[in-house]
Design a binder for this molecule. Structure first.
Ligand code: GUN
Length: 293
């Protein structure tokens, strides 16, 4: 999974998907087919891409998927009603509402209204609470995928100083929570940095593990990385470029300069991204087996 010091997220992801295939076969023998509902209420091209990648990944693994698409300017009630329908549908094991949702929608109401047993993103307040309390039901996909990446590269979290750059509900906060928890995969000393942090470089330079999840292209360069650090780049920033699509994807890390001092580094694309989708599949299989019990 390592090519030099570059950690291949696709390779790690493929391994986990092979294990998932076995779980899915076993469920199939018991007459259960996991099923994921995706809901998109947005015209954001990135969100459209993410949802279609999630659907395709389900197809590959024989996970049933249904897709509901709502007009971005539809009344919020349409989204709330859609969620109620999916909650009540016994054929749906997991529900994912792609974020962000339009302004007329109350995001917190959306997160609250998804049945916590079907909340494969792990964003429902009950599931957030369980994670913080050290008893997670569904770990949020990106932080969970990062745990698996660190494990695959034999990066020890125990006793390490992890610096998380970014404080989002989707990545930064749950990542920090997982890293401070006890073993397995925890016991790190965690610093959380964000846009109001003074002297970010002095923080990241002290890190054994840097998790870059701020959403700023190439925020972190090689001069900010200590020798031997593991660098996990969560950024997926579209920057204008003279390419067929008119943009290119750039991480939160300046890969070329950070690759020097780092012992392990993830590329963009091909690092964290595939892991996020794989852990969504993992949570969907988990939801299906729990609901079959
Ligand atoms: N938007 C960005 N990341 C995510 C994610 O993991 N899940 C959902 N539902 N929306 C997102």
């Amino acid at each position: 999974v390592l090519d030099g010091n570059v950690l291949d997220g696709n390779a790690v992801s493929d391994r986990i998907r092979e294990d998932l295939r076995e779980s899915i076969d076993a469920l199939d023998d018991a007459g259960v087919t996991p099923s994921l509902a995706t809901v998109l209420m947005s015209t954001d091209p990135a969100s459209e891409t993410y949802v279609s990648m999630k659907q395709r990944a389900c197809d590959d693994l024989n996970i049933d998927s249904v897709h509901r698409e709502l007009d971005a300017d539809a009344p919020a009630a349409e989204l709330y009603d859609t969620i109620d329908d999916l909650n009540a549908d016994p054929d749906v094991d997991g529900i994912l509402v792609q974020m962000p949702v339009p302004d007329q929608v109350d995001k917190r109401r959306v997160l609250r209204s998804i049945d916590p047993a079907k909340d494969v993103d792990g964003f429902h307040p009950e599931n957030v609470g369980r994670l913080v309390a050290g008893d997670p039901r569904f770990k949020p996909c990106t932080p969970h995928g990062i745990q698996r990446l660190l494990d695959a590269a034999d990066v020890e979290t125990e006793g390490a100083h992890a610096v998380v750059v970014g404080r989002s509900d989707i990545v930064g906060k749950p990542m920090a929570n997982l890293l401070i928890q006890k073993a397995p995969d925890g016991n790190a000393t965690v610093t959380v940095c964000h846009s109001r942090t003074e002297d970010l470089a002095s923080m990241t330079r002290q890190a054994d593990i840097v998790i870059a999840a701020a959403g700023y292209p190439e925020l972190i360069d090689g001069s900010m990385i200590g020798d031997g650090a593991a660098v996990i780049d969560v950024g997926v920033n579209r920057v204008d470029a003279d390419t067929e699509k008119g943009y290119e994807l750039v991480g939160d890390v300046d890969f070329e300069s950070a690759k020097g001092p780092a012992d392990v580094i993830t590329p963009v694309p091909g690092g964290v991204g595939p892991m996020t989708i794989t852990m969504l599949l993992y949570n969907t299989v988990k939801a299906a087996s729990q609901q079959a019990d």
